[in-house]
Design a protein around this ligand. Structure first.
Ligand SMILES: [Zn+2]
Length: 177
């Protein structure tokens, strides 16, 4: 199982984190499709849309169930993509799921959750890279250090997924340090 993030998905995810930045969490939906081959499912995140009115603090984010349900009900009208999961951001750079995150993901009604962790990296800039051991995609944009990881609910367990974004790994070459 793997999560593939497109160029559009990467730009929207990272900008959403940068916009709300280091004070507030952002949350939203992952748009795309899934490809099943035998027992293997791969997810393709083509774009993301942040929820515009979320109650945000630096520690948690909540969206009223009525708004989440409305989006979920209306979205099939657009036909091209489906909602394959949700994302939220972590200010202060912690990429791991909190106990509250785990509880929410199990009951969210979606299989996938992506976390984008962000913090100010001072003068440290890192080239974008994927770590196969930790399954974390990370690098710098401007002065922000960003980490991206994804989880899937499998038989009640929350399992970290391989996450891949070819655009991110080549991102640094667009604007050399
Ligand atoms: Zn969280």
């Amino acid at each position: 199982m793997a999560i593939y993030i497109s160029e559009n998905g990467f730009i929207a995810l990272t900008l959403s984190a940068i916009e709300t930045s280091i004070k507030y969490e952002a949350t939203g939906i992952l748009l795309g499709y899934e490809v099943k081959r035998k027992d293997v499912i791969n997810y393709y995140v083509e774009n993301i849309i942040p929820y515009q009115i979320a109650e945000r603090t630096s520690e948690s984010v909540s969206v009223l169930p009525v708004r989440r349900n409305r989006i979920r009900r209306v979205f099939p009208n657009y036909m091209k993509y489906k909602i394959i999961g949700e994302f939220h951001t972590h200010p202060e750079g912690n990429i791991y799921l909190s106990p509250g995150d785990k509880k929410f993901i199990r009951s969210s009604g979606y299989e996938l959750e992506i976390v984008v962790a962000i913090k100010i990296g001072n003068k440290t800039r890192r080239a974008w890279d994927y770590n196969y051991k930790t399954k974390i995609l990370s690098g710098s944009i401007d002065r922000y250090l960003i980490k991206i990881a994804g989880w899937r609910v499998e038989n009640e367990k929350i399992v970290r997924q391989i996450i891949t974004c070819p655009f991110a790994v080549g991102f640094d070459y667009l604007k050399p340090f």
